[in-house]
Design a protein around this ligand. Sequence first.
Ligand code: HEC
Length: 103
Amino acid sequence: MLVVAWAVPALSACAADAKVAYEQSCAKCHGADGKGDTKMGKRLGAKDYSDPKVQAELKDDAALKAIKDGWKDKDGKIMMKPAEGISDNDAKALVAHMRTFKK
Ligand code: HEC
């Protein structure tokens, strides 16, 4: 018997895929347009990533770390869970996608 199984990568590096992955995994907090004005985003204090100031404060390495390791507030409370099994390239594609929110 031949079993054909292929894993569909949840997050893939191409820009269109990053958008889809973002909308599936991130938009519920950060908003489809990065403004974070969703129910979850407001409750957790997601920032407005359409704001150039917020973008300027966000460093690429910190963004990558947040995506891969998750993000905790200053009291150590987990606000954002790590994206499991994500590769560096996929994380970078997500950061690149978030950069497009800047107005
Ligand atoms: C459960 C809600 C939630 C989800 C889902 C979520 N985040 Fe976050 N994220 C937050 C909160 C809250 C913060 C902290 C405030 C902020 O920077 O907006 C944050 C911070 C960040 C930061 C900034 C970290 C820093 O150092 O300032 C990045 C980048 C980020 N998230 C990307 C993502 C990406 C990409 C995804 C999807 C893979 C995602 N987030 C999914 C809630 C979430």
